[in-house]
Design a protein around this ligand. Structure first.
Ligand code: ZN
Length: 384
């Protein structure tokens, strides 16, 4: 029995089950997923250097992982749209707008990376500030009469120009070598009070982190925000880079092809129509020309029209003109432009020919220009 063509490529002809698709996609995303998984313990390790409040730890880890996974899932679901903007055309000649959008999409992972680093820095600064404030709020100090008092209350009593409290402070059941200081700047108007705690050892920091109850953590919402955004941004950076690889692979674009022939902007050919006269314009100087644009992919032996001629542009403002109407006898075009102050303004151009005729003639002219170009490039040799 002859082999049916179906069984020759089981991968291609297998029924497209969602789980199969998902696994295929996952295999393609291997690099990105690997990077995310690899990054998690590294990031967690970094947290050990400046540990988080113990009462907060589980919530923070859950929230960070949940938000990062959610962010990754959202990006996965948008993979086709992202891919379409990154690789709008397999032959790599793009319209100016496509080129701009592609540049924006290419830069996103770098911006996400900068955001992640920024959030990490902010998070460290917030943690330092928070630990210091927590120490002031929860540390107790043994006073001369043998009683335990809250550090803040003790500092309030001692408030002077410059006061240092070099005492051993107690935090929970631990005795801490931290120094509280309070300073009232009398010259300033209004007088300013500066409170600070100097930690003389890592044990003191650890004790503060271990003993502060969750609802009392100073700056806790900012800490949560910077932690979650850092995690989400870092994950999305990797996923986005993975999506770029995935889209390129799916389109069958090899790295060497992209290096040999990178994405480039289409050539633009501008032309105007002969025998079209402007009879009136709402602008002070009446002479306004209509410009048509063709966007072309020009290669030896091959000239292709990518876009055009479409609607004409106002030569004065480089804005696309809209016909007021296309009915016979309608000869007005509307140009909407922004003036120097950024305000939107309109001006109307009146021609001596019907709008419909103008558009028809533009198409004919475009054909003539294209034929000319094709003749010009036909006898050029293919690059060897
Ligand atoms: Zn204009």
């Amino acid at each position: 029995m002859p082999e049916s063509p179906k069984s020759k490529d089981p991968d291609r002809n297998a029924p497209r089950r969602p789980i199969r698709e998902f696994l295929r996609m996952f295999r393609s995303y291997g690099t990105a997923i690997g990077a995310i998984v690899a990054a998690t313990p590294v990031v967690t390790k970094i947290f050990d250097l400046v540990p988080y409040f113990e009462s907060h730890g589980k919530t923070l880890s859950f929230l960070g992982t949940f938000a990062a996974t959610l962010g990754a899932a959202i990006l996965f679901s948008l993979r086709h749209r992202i891919g379409a903007h990154l690789f709008p055309s397999t032959d790599r000649v793009l319209l100016p707008e496509q080129m701009r959008v592609r540049a924006r999409y290419t830069i996103v992972p770098f911006l996400l990376g900068i955001l992640a680093v920024g959030c990490f820095t902010a998070w460290q600064a917030l943690m330092e500030e928070s630990v210091e404030q927590a120490a002031l709020d929860f540390a107790t100090v043994s006073t001369d009469d043998g009683k335990e008092r809250r550090l803040r209350a003790h500092l309030d009593e001692l408030a002077g120009d410059v006061t240092d409290v070099p005492a051993k402070l107690r935090f929970g059941d631990q005795s801490l070598a931290i120094t509280g200081a309070i300073r009232t700047v009398v010259e300033a108007n209004p007088p300013m009070r500066i409170e600070s705690v100097r930690f003389l050892g890592q044990d003191a920091v650890r004790a503060v982190l271990a003993s502060t109850p969750a609802p009392e953590i100073p700056l806790r919402w900012w800490i949560v925000l910077s932690y979650v955004v850092m995690f989400v941004a870092a994950t999305m950076t990797f996923v986005w880079l993975g999506l770029m690889e995935f889209a390129q692979e799916r389109l069958g674009l090899a790295d060497k092809d992209l290096m040999a022939s990178p994405f480039r902007e289409a050539q633009c050919l501008e032309f105007t129509l002969d025998r079209v006269n402007v009879v009136g314009s709402s602008e002070s100087d009446a002479a306004r020309e209509l410009v048509f644009k063709l966007h072309l992919s020009v290669e030896p032996g091959r000239v292709r029209l990518l876009q055009g001629p479409g609607r004409p542009l106002c030569a004065a403002h480089d804005r696309r003109l809209e016909p007021v109407g296309l009915a016979p006898g309608e000869r007005r075009w509307l140009c909407r432009f922004s003036d120097e102050k950024g305000k939107t303004q309109d001006h109307v151009i009146q021609l001596d020919r019907d709008n419909r005729d103008i558009l028809r003639e533009a198409v004919q002219q475009a054909r003539i220009h294209l034929d000319e170009l094709r003749r010009l490039h036909a006898d050029q040799p293919e690059p060897g």
